[in-house]
Design a protein around this ligand. Sequence first.
Ligand SMILES: [Zn+2]
Length: 386
Amino acid sequence: MKLFLKYLALILVIALIAFFAFAPRFIDKSNNKVTLKVDHPEKPVWYDSIPFIADLHCDALLWNRDNLKKHSYGHVDIPRMQEANMAFQVFTIVSKTPRGINIEQNSDETDQVALLSFAQLRSPEDWFSVKKRALHQTKALYQTAEKSKGNFRVITSRFNLQQYIQDRSGNRLLTAGMLGIEGAHCLNDELSNLKEFYDAGVRYIGLAHFFDNAWAGSAHGMVKGGLTEKGKQLVRSMDSMHVIIDIAHSSAQTIDDVFALTNSPVIISHTGIKGVCDNNRNLSDKHLLEMGRRNGLVGIGLWETAVCGTDAAATAKSIRYVADKIGVEKVALGSDFDGAIGTHFDVTGLPLIVNALLKEGFSKEDIYKIMGGNVRDFLMRNLPSK
Ligand SMILES: [Zn+2]
């Protein structure tokens, strides 16, 4: 009997070690699929001279990866950004997602990121606190910058963006990132936490993610209400601190409330457009026109629910729609790379988007803007000055 228990204990220990060694990578790999691997996509001769390729949204920080190494799975890391001539990527923080996540209706009762943090053996603080796990992700991006030997930096102001643009004109291998948040629930319902996240480098905040929270209703929440009184205070404070408002995942009522409360040029960091792909996830024409009126920026995604397709042509079609409705200066890429989505290609496949934009009839100058010039110019107008 004793021997049996010993064997049982041994098997359990081996199973646990195997779980913690392989599960996080397995979850990452199976959530962030590339369906059509293209090793060296064809590109226009001028592709590598596009001055500033940028993307408004990726969730790479959620997974246990060393972003300075090239991976054979997932969508974004620094070496792949360099390969794609990519200058700038927003790294967004996902801190809580419900079980059975869907775009119609979710409650806030379950927390899959807690389980993931446990499987990843992150600090026990992360298992229980959405705020701590969000703050740890902000630190991870700075650690990447520290270890990058100058190849990667974190942008927090117009001043350091300007500096970066200048430095990169002499070295195309330089890369940069900025921090954003997906869902203000990680502020733990305390307005005073906004300053802590600002100090941690966060420069845009998506008000709600997949469930309604204390600040705002989500498009996928139970009630889908608007901004709460607290939420209105949050929006005002974000405005005064130059933290950009992201209306991705917000309910229609929340978007109306934001537009009524502030005249700021807000972003929608990763979306599709109902006019091309009609579902509960995507932006209506009414809201799109208002985004245009206030010089906002619309980031178009690369996945099925956003653009009703996963190839570059589907993304280009939605970009064409936005450009025709509100102007080519107001549309950008909002890939949602590594956001538990499948795409045809990882970041090294961005030349395919350029080819698809050419087929949509955009000029080289327009493509420079769409591929990142618009993000650069928007941030030069809307980030804090220093
Ligand atoms: Zn999202």
